[in-house]
Design a protein around this ligand. Structure first.
Ligand code: SAM
Length: 283
C-alpha cells in the first residue's frame, strides 16, 4: 500500500541536495558525445506547482529551494550552482519568470538535459503519481512505465547505449526497502559494470540507511562515493535530519565541484548544517 506523495516535500533541502548531485553527474556525462540511457526508478510526478495544496501545506521548499532562489545572484559565483539555478529558472511558469512557482523533480531535471542520442526511462508505481507523470510535457522519446522501478531496472539491463546513469530514489515506506535497494544495485552492477548509479537515502534517527550502506559494502561493490548533508543534529531531530546520496562509479572531479557548491550553501541552511563527501568504498 503506497501512501507517500512527494508533492508534500517537493523542493526541500533533501531535494536540493539530491538534484544538485544528479545535475553535477549529468554535467560530467554530457562532456562526451556518446549516448547515455538514464533510468529513474522512482520518478514521482515530474514537476511540482508550489501552490498545490499538498506542497503548500508543509511548505518545506521555504527551507530548501526558496532559500537558493532568493540568493541566486550571489550563489551564481559558483559554476555548479549557477547552472543548477538556471535549470531551476527554466522550470518556472512563463507568467512571472522572476517568481519561484514550480519545483522540478528528477524526471524533469533529466529530461531538460536529454540530447537526441540519449534515452530516458521513468518508473512510477503509485497509480495517482503515475497519472500526474504521464500528463507532464516531456519529450516524446521519454518512456514512462507504471510499475516497479527495482525489478524494472534489472529487466532493462543491459541497455543499448554505451553509457548508463541510474537514479534510485525510493520513499522507504517499508523498512525492507533499504535491503531491497542494496540487493537490486548489486544485481544491476553485475549486468552493467560501468554504469553510474546514484541512490538517495534519508538520514533518520533510527539509522536504517546503514542497512543499505553495509549491504553494498558486504556485496563487494567498489568505487562508492558518499555525499551527506545534515541540517540538524540527530539527537535533537525526531524526523529527517539529513540527506544522503551514494554515487557508484562517480565521474572524476565530482567531489570537488560539490564541495565548492555545498560550502556556499551551508550558511543558507542554518547553524547546524554540515556537509561531507567521502569514499564509502574506494576503488
Ligand atoms: N525521484 C523523484 C524526484 O527526485 O523528484 C522523487 C521520488 S519520491 C521520493 C519516490 C516515488 O517512488 C514516489 O512517487 C512513490 O510513489 C514511488 N514508488 C514507491 N515505490 C516504488 C516502486 N517500487 N517502483 C517505482 N516507484 C515507486
Amino acid at each position: 500500500m503506497l501512501s507517500y506523495q512527494h508533492a508534500y516535500h517537493a523542493g526541500n533541502f533533501a531535494d536540493v541536495h539530491k538534484h544538485l548531485v544528479l545535475f553535477a553527474v549529468v554535467d560530467h556525462l554530457l562532456r562526451k558525445e556518446s549516448s547515455v540511457t538514464y533510468i529513474d526508478t522512482h520518478a514521482g510526478r515530474g514537476r511540482y506547482p508550489l501552490d498545490a495544496e499538498e506542497t503548500a501545506r508543509l511548505g518545506e521548499y521555504h527551507d530548501g529551494a526558496e532559500r537558493l532562489w532568493k540568493t541566486r545572484e550571489r550563489l551564481a559565483e559558483d559554476p555548479l550552482l549557477r547552472d543548477w539555478l538556471e535549470g531551476l529558472a527554466a522550470a518556472q511558469s512563463q507568467r512571472n519568470p522572476k517568481a519561484l512557482d514550480h519545483y522540478p523533480g528528477s524526471p524533469w531535471w533529466l529530461a531538460q538535459r536529454l540530447r537526441e542520442q540519449d534515452a530516458l526511462r521513468l518508473f512510477e508505481l503509485h497509480p495517482g503519481e503515475h497519472d500526474h507523470l504521464s500528463r507532464q510535457q516531456l519529450p516524446d522519446r521519454v518512456r514512462h512505465v507504471h510499475g516497479d522501478g527495482l525489478s524494472g531496472l534489472i529487466d532493462a539491463l543491459p541497455v543499448a547505449t554505451p553509457r548508463l546513469c541510474v537514479l534510485v530514489d525510493p520513499s522507504y515506506e517499508r523498512k525492507a526497502e533499504y535491503g531491497d535497494v542494496a540487493d537490486t544495485l548489486l544485481k544491476a552492477m553485475r549486468k552493467a559494470r560501468h554504469g553510474v548509479m546514484l541512490v538517495w537515502y534519508p538520514l533518520l534517527p533510527a539509522g536504517r540507511h546503514e542497512t543499505l550502506l553495509e549491504g553494498l559494502k558486504a556485496g563487494g561493490l567498489r568505487k562508492i562515493w558518499r555525499s551527506e548533508l545534515r541540517v540538524a543534529s540527530p539527537q535533537r531531530e525526531r524526523g529527517m535530519y539529513g540527506s544522503g546520496m551514494l554515487v557508484i562509479n562517480p565521474p572524476w572531479g565530482l567531489d570537488r565541484r560539490l564541495e565548492d557548491a555545498m560550502a556556499r550553501l551551508m550558511p543558507l541552511l542554518g547553524d547546524d548544517s554540515h556537509y561531507r563527501g567521502d569514499w564509502w568504498v574506494p576503488e
